[in-house]
Design a protein. Structure first.
Length: 227
């Protein structure tokens, strides 16, 4: 469903005299339908950078990323924004560590707007069901999530990610702000997505969550030397 070949990425610190910091090099990763691949490695190894490359947020310095999109292998390049947007709409969902939503928009609308179906009532019902399952009280469904706690915001973020029904899902520490009960709900959601054939790439610092959902760990090795 998703493959990266020879992927490399670094950053140039222009305020530090153009210092070049290499982050990723020679990444070869392929993810099948129904498989969950956990990105392993210490903090700062480049796991989130790799996820952002796979989502098209970062332009890779070298190598290729291809996505099974609309029945065909399609190159993913930040230089082709129209294709990136179409892939995000139809094929790749992303759950980041932080909720980014339009201010004053109620939580149920934040989630429902990410649903694939054109039926407004169906979107609303799906959003309500997911928020309820993730233990967001019904009284808060009509409240803007900017007023929520960090854990509640993360659960809204998760609901928005899972409602889209994308065949590929990228998860960046999806349970980082959650208590054990809500962590277990997320484990269930990931397992159900896998059973539907969703290909998942995730960062799971919670080893219990990783062990519960991941089929394998893909090591991301830190590049220590600046060029």
């Amino acid at each position: 469903m998703l493959r990266a070949t020879g992927l490399s990425k670094g950053f140039t610190l222009h305020l530090q005299g153009g210092l070049r910091i290499p982050v990723l090099a020679g990444i070869d990763l392929a993810v099948r339908a129904g498989e969950c691949v956990a990105l392993g490695g210490p903090s700062g190894a480049g796991k989130t950078t790799l996820l952002r490359c796979l989502y098209g947020n970062y332009r890779a310095d070298g190598g290729t990323i291809e996505v099974m999109h609309r029945g065909a292998w399609t190159p993913l390049s930040a230089d082709d924004p129209r294709t990136v947007l179409d892939i995000r709409a139809q094929t790749i969902g992303y759950v980041s560590q932080f909720l980014r939503a339009v201010p004053r928009v109620p939580a149920i609308s934040v989630v429902a707007d990410a649903a694939q179906t054109a039926d407004g009532r169906a979107r609303h019902a799906q959003a309500e069901a997911l928020l309820t399952r993730l233990n967001i009280p019904h009284a808060l469904h009509g409240v803007a999530p900017a007023t929520f706690s960090g854990g509640e915001q993360q659960r809204v973020n998760l609901a928005r990610g899972f409602i889209g029904g994308h065949p590929i899902l990228l998860l960046d520490e999806p349970t980082a702000s959650l208590d054990p009960a809500n962590r277990d709900v997320v484990i269930e959601l990931i397992r159900e997505a896998k059973s539907r054939g969703v290909a998942i790439v995730g960062i799971f610092h919670d080893t219990a969550v990783r062990d519960a959902v991941a089929d394998r760990v893909f090591p991301v090795t830190p590049l220590r030397d600046a060029a």
